[in-house]
Design a protein. Structure first.
Length: 385
């Protein structure tokens, strides 16, 4: 397969001598470099990759050979430590700096979480998913790019390549990550990586780990492109997920009301997430999508009001366009009366109050009640039934 050279697609040229200048565009970089003076600390992973291709990258990933505490203390920020791996997230101004101790990993069995031990930066780069993510930029001393796995050449060729042939066996979720990078950057899978990936078996991986990679995909600009690849590569059976997410993308792109009502990433994740609960919610959405278009606004309200926004978005993407009226208008309709008005008028507390208010709302939505007096009359009628 021939990769696209990013320099030919109008993106900034890949020039390692400009990495420092591009990293310096990150608001935390100057503070991190000052704090790390004299320490064996490195900017790594996506921060370096994006600096090379000239894409903004909000967070800064830093790896230290040895204890991380001196750097965290020198940064002086609020640190949230995640003990298991010796990592800390530090707020520096508006940016988040992720500091981690350099580590090596070994996999007790495929798909399991790895055993971890402290290591050198070289070993740390060697445990990473793809060559384009396995480069490091030293924060002190000679600032020459560390690129032991040919990441720069792969970036230039537009290629996603694993570091060794057991990579997908160790961690099959890397197949999902590969789809994310291929879709995001318009890259190709390197040939051997493509062959290895066909053997990636996500069957032994926990639903949580699969869901967390799918969640990263759902936050991409074009999640459906990555999901389509995952289905094409046969690494995960997503059913109608890719088609549904493409329809969700079109919905959110064309409607500010839907964007405001339902979180696009949550709806897209729900369209593909594994597990019983997501499946149950998808069945509800499918049932709504099959429903006859309701005859009145009140009926739309009754059908829609029981569901969370992501379920309604999926139902809409699957064809229930009568939900547009609910999202744009009906859900904002409020009664002028409240339960207190009914109690004051003599209705006793209990289900009669809800019955009355529902009847008033239905009448208002259908244009059969307007104003306080009308609403109260309809509600009292229904409450006394
Ligand atoms: P982006 O989504 O832009 O790549 P990022 O690089 O910060 O952002 P993360 O998913 O946070 O992406 O991962 C950080 C780094 O950790 C990656 O660049 C990669 O080197 C490494 N990494 C993450 N997940 C894995 C994995 N499953 N196997 C090996 N390395 C991984």
């Amino acid at each position: 397969m021939v990769g696209k050279a990013p320099a030919m697609t109008g993106e900034p040229e890949i020039d390692p001598s400009r990495v420092t200048a591009r990293l310096a565009e990150n608001p935390a970089f100057a503070a991190v470099r000052e704090a790390a003076a004299g320490m064996p600390a490195y900017v790594v992973g996506g921060s370096v990759r994006d600096a090379l291709i000239g894409r903004p990258h909000l967070d800064l990933d830093v790896v230290v050979e040895g204890e991380i505490e001196p750097l965290v203390a020198a940064l002086g920020g609020e640190a949230t430590e995640h003990e298991r791996f010796g990592t800390a997230a530090v707020e520096v101004g508006d940016a988040e700096v992720d500091v981690a101790r350099a580590r090596a990993e070994s996999y007790p069995r495929p798909g399991a979480l790895p055993d971890v031990r402290p290591a050198t930066i070289a070993e740390d780069l060697g445990r990473r998913d793809f060559s384009i993510n396995a480069m490091a930029h030293p924060l002190s001393g000679d600032e020459e790019l560390l690129d032991p796995h040919g990441g720069l050449a792969d970036l230039r060729a537009g290629r996603v390549r694993v570091l060794h042939e057991r990579s997908f066996a160790d961690d099959p979720t890397r197949a999902l990550r590969a789809a994310r990078y291929v879709a995001r950057f318009g890259y190709e899978l390197e040939d051997e990586t493509a062959a290895l990936l066909r053997q990636a078996d996500l069957g032994d991986v926990s639903e949580d780990r699969v869901t967390s990679e799918l969640a990263r995909i759902s936050r991409e600009e074009r999640p459906s492109a990555a999901l389509k690849l995952i289905a094409e590569w046969g690494v995960l059976d997503l059913g109608p997920g890719p088609r549904l997410t493409a329809a969700l993308e079109r919905l959110f792109e064309s409607s500010a009301e839907w964007r405001e009502y339902a979180d696009p990433a949550i709806a897209i994740l729900l369209a593909v997430a594994p597990g019983e609960h997501p499946q149950r919610l998808r069945r509800r959405a499918a049932k709504l999508a099959r429903h006859e278009p309701p005859a009145s606004p009140a009926e739309v309200q009754v059908l829609a009001a029981d569901h969370v926004p992501a379920v309604l978005a999926i139902a809409r993407a699957a064809g229930a366009d009568w939900l547009d009226d609910y999202v744009a208008r009906l859900r904002h309709v409020e009664l002028e009366i409240s339960g207190y008005d009914l109690i004051e008028a003599g209705v006793s507390q209990g289900p009669a109050i809800g019955r009355g208010l529902n009847a008033a709302l239905a009448a208002k939505l259908d244009g059969e009640a307007s104003g306080y007096e009308d609403e109260l009359r309809v509600a009292l009628d229904a409450a006394s039934d």
